[in-house]
Design a protein around this ligand. Structure first.
Ligand SMILES: [Zn+2]
Length: 67
């Protein structure tokens, strides 16, 4: 039976009728890929969000109130 890598997790998927979620290895991977399409991650290759660029919202935790 031929095997193909799951598009989401690259795990080899056996290409048989038993593979319900092919070309994905599981329903989870299928949904992940579906979600990726919906958020258009596939449409913007190369663009990455750096975790350093994301800053937590600054609330009134550190700054003293200014009045
Ligand atoms: Zn998978």
């Amino acid at each position: 039976m031929p095997r193909f890598p799951c598009p989401t997790c690259q795990r080899p998927v056996e290409w048989s009728d038993a593979a319900l979620w092919r070309p994905f290895c599981s329903e989870r991977c299928r949904l992940i890929d579906l979600g990726a399409w919906m958020t258009e991650k596939h449409a913007i290759p190369g663009e990455e969000i750096s975790p350093d660029g994301v800053q937590p919202p600054q609330d009134e935790s550190d700054d003293p109130p200014r009045h």
